[in-house]
Design a protein around this ligand. Sequence first.
Ligand code: GLV
Ligand code: MN
Ligand code: MN
Length: 423
Amino acid sequence: MDKTDAAVAAPRSSSLGDEIVARIHQLGAISETPGHLARIFLTPEHHKAADLILSWMREAGMSAHLDAIGNVCGRYEGDKPGLPCLMLGSHYDTVRDAGKWDGPLGLITAIACVADLNRRGKRLPFALEVVGFADEEGVRFASTLLGSRAIAGTFDESVLNTRDRAGISMREAMVAFGLDPDHIGAAARGRRELLGYVELHIEQGPVLEEKGLPVGVVTAIAGATRLAAKLTGMAGHAGTVPMALRRDALTGAAECIGMIEEFCRADESGLVGTVGYIDAKPGATNVIPGNVSFTIDIRAPSDMHRKRAVADTMRKIEAIAKRRQLALQLDVTHENRTVPCAPWLKAQVAEAVAAEGYGVFELPSGAGHDGMAMIDIADVAMIFVRCRGGISHHPGEHVDLADADAGAHVLLRLIENFRPQGT
Ligand code: GLV
Ligand code: MN
Ligand code: MN
């Protein structure tokens, strides 16, 4: 019988949920802006969070270290040392004014599962590794998945020269954090070291809630493209330059933003486009904006669909800039293809869900995850946990304790029953 909302309302006696939820709140208190959670890559709060996670990993019986990009890495040996590992993890950076669960739930749950095995003195015929990825959100340096790309050996070193909005380069930020930007390669892992990568994450959407299920089995992670646009016109006096003679970069950007919304709305098969950041300069009430920068995030259910939409969007922005006599710089800052979850590993997730007594329900992920980078060195699977109202990237993000507990028991069951591919 499926466990629905009512049936799982009270956590079972061997609850892992209590500790998970307590740690979610403990980690969620480490923020650059008190009251508005922001834990951004390579900041002092990021370091403080890494230290706390390292201490949890050690307490759970793992050897733990900070790797060359700032990932927090823990290892729990198998029944003999040096075995290949099943890697678990999620990210510990956040967006701005974030919820506490996006990323930390998967990381903290994985640590709780290892701690449970350790308490029981249980060793498996493979090692377990838990990684807290340093940057998944890509808030600070335009590019994203920096932590998992470093582990996958696909980190693009040119990103080291990009600068954050305060003008600090990633290279400088790494040095300030205590890392050596010339040794990022040391974080890379080989395919032979990994038996698979499994991530538990909040759904960030409303589907599981609608289905009355605490957990879901992810089929694929949708691809995404991010762009950075810069429009340059002519700053001028707000009182003296007639409307017909203006080259206003902000009204140009506004037209682009409206176009993106209209274009995506007109698409009936799931295209989504977002302008999440804009900066207008010089930024005064009585000055016509001469320079505007904004970002664009485009996602679609298929890669072909997304690529076509990106090309169309770029053409439309170019046309708007040309008509308004604005200089345009438009760069793709990030692109990830859709990543399917491996059928053999997904089947083991489904078995674990069923064994815990829940209905097996498959759903795709519209959000990006570290698995998009890990796919280059390992087969990937994901477990989704229901979140209230599907709310995410928002302080209202919430997971019920019973659902956190359910997710943890599914992950634990998966780990304990895990069979490497082909065995
Ligand atoms: C990560 O949260 C993303 O999907 O952008
Ligand atoms: Mn996120
Ligand atoms: Mn996330």
